[in-house]
Design a protein around this ligand. Structure first.
Ligand code: PLP
Length: 482
């Protein structure tokens, strides 16, 4: 069967053992996206409104249907029980008393990142967690003070690293080592190149911080090899897993990662700005008693929520950290956030990361194959793929570099066709078939709309502007940086 047909896509979806997971999500309709108001449209049937083609889970994941139900339970508990909500069970709620909401999410979250439950905590937000973790893991000495990161790191990571260096009265000009691509023509960083950079600075380097999956190119780094190599040179290794958690099957414990942090609003579908996740390897989370009876533990920035539950309300001002990642918590978590997380995890529970990754590899390959066909068909193609072509070196995202000047017009056409992807100016669009809810049909319809968008943009000489393009020009430059 010709892969470039709706029949083929429908056939693949029908065969796919995980395609039913899409039913656990609310897919915005094309009319929803076009409308300038909210509409009580949740009661509508799917047939009333055609679904959009949403391939933007790398930026903001879609809402699980359970989220609304659990949020309502949370609001009802707060409304009817007030402060009792902290500790009293509510029999007809799916949620635990608020005192335990973080613990309740941890075992499932740990499975998603391949960790032991004690190695994971649900806390704060991604950049805040990177700061907290670096406060504990970046302890520069006269000999070892450098931090290695990528030159094109997500800006927040760059700022976080730079500010830690300055915080220690060091100079980023020599303490911050930026890994740049070997050649101008590709933004990919090969493992060999990363290892060579580590070797070059090994003796002075304290910390390596890299992304599991790179936000711009979609490159999935070889976390195990890079971690082992850097550690063999005495370097501590942390990972930003914003684009990896819920996307690829991680094994943070087995890979001996020192620490990691991620957000939950991309592939973990918990809503914009929702709570973050932290991993601290068990070897770093121990709390031991010294001969004097004082607890011995890794230095950190502390808060009451990281102190043992028995001490939390004793108000003795004696910090006794909970062993493991939970001992790095600061504040009582937002229950609105953990409620959204609970809903998301209840969807992840229906499968495993291994099964999702298997599905995702096929779906992303289908996207690459159709794009390759389109490029051939176009002759001199109006785009090229910058994501690694090897399936094991990428997650669910393919980044497409358009010919200069076409981006606005292409985005405008896609938007008009009810296709949601995101852009990185000046020329890149990122297309992410999310493993949980996207389908072969989504991918097929995207490529069809993209073909028309490229044709139109090339004919018009690339004029036009879209909501996303305009958003990219606002003060926050949101669509450019997420
Ligand atoms: C790779 C990466 N790091 C850091 C961040 C910043 O996340 P937050 O705003 O939750 O701190 C993002 C946000 O999208 C990201 O993609």
């Amino acid at each position: 069967m010709d892969i470039n047909t709706e029949e083929y896509a429908a056939h693949q979806d029908a065969q796919d053992p995980l395609s039913h997971l899409r039913e656990s999500f609310i897919i915005p309709s094309k009319a929803d996206l076009a409308r300038k108001t909210l509409q009580p449209s949740r009661e509508r049937t799917a047939s009333q409104d055609e679904s959009s083609i949403y391939l933007c889970g790398n930026s903001l994941g879609l809402q699980p249907s359970l989220t609304r139900k659990y949020m309502q339970q949370y609001l009802d508990t707060w409304a009817s029980k007030g402060v009792y909500g902290h500790f009293k069970e509510v029999e007809d709620s799916n949620l635990v008393p608020w005192l335990h909401v973080d613990d309740d999410c941890v075992p499932e979250m740990a499975k998603i990142v391949g960790a032991q439950p004690s190695e994971v905590s649900v806390m704060q937000t991604l950049t805040a967690n990177l700061h907290l973790l670096m406060a504990s893991f970046y302890r520069p000495t006269k000999e070892r003070y450098k931090i290695i990161l990528e030159g094109k790191a997500f800006p927040s990571d760059h700022y976080a690293v730079e500010s830690h260096i300055r915080h220690h009265d060091l100079d980023p000009a020599n303490a911050m080592i930026l890994i740049e691509p070997e050649s101008q023509s590709t933004p990919i960083l090969s493992t060999a190149h990363i290892l060579a950079t580590i070797d070059q600075h090994a003796a002075e380097t304290a910390l390596l911080l890299l992304p599991g999956v790179q936000f711009y190119t979609g490159q999935y780094f070889d976390i195990q090899t890079i971690t082992a190599h850097a550690q063999s040179k005495g370097i501590t290794v942390g990972w930003d897993l914003a684009h990896a958690a819920g996307n690829v099957a991680l094994k943070l414990h087995d890979w001996n990662v020192d620490f990691a942090a991620w957000c939950t609003y991309k592939y973990l579908n918990c809503g914009p700005g929702s709570i973050g996740g932290c991993f601290v390897h068990e070897k770093h989370g121990k709390v031991e008693e010294s001969q004097s009876g004082e607890p011995q533990y890794r230095p950190r920035l502390a808060g009451w929520w990281g102190s043992s539950k028995s001490s939390r309300f004793a108000m003795t001002n004696k910090f006794v950290p909970i062993p493991g990642a939970a001992g790095f918590q600061l504040s009582n978590p937002s229950v609105a956030d953990t409620t959204a997380l609970r809903a998301s995890l209840d969807v992840f529970k229906l499968t495993s990361m291994e099964a999702l990754r298997e599905r995702s590899l096929k779906l992303t390959q289908y996207l690459q194959d159709l794009l390759d066909q389109l490029a051939k068909e176009q002759g001199s193609a109006c785009f090229s793929i910058i994501t690694p072509r090897e399936p094991e070196q990428r997650g669910a995202q393919i980044s497409v570099m358009l010919k200069s000047g076409l981006l606005d017009a292409v985005m405008k056409s896609l938007e008009a066709a009810g296709v949601v992807v995101d852009e990185r100016r000046p020329d890149v669009i990122r297309v992410a078939p999310a493993p949980l809810y996207n389908t072969y049909k989504d991918v097929y319809l995207f490529v069809k709309a993209f073909r028309a968008a490229c044709q139109q943009a090339s004919q018009d000489g690339g004029h036009g502007s879209s909501i996303m393009a305009n958003a990219g020009k606002d003060e926050r430059g949101w669509s450019e940086v997420k």
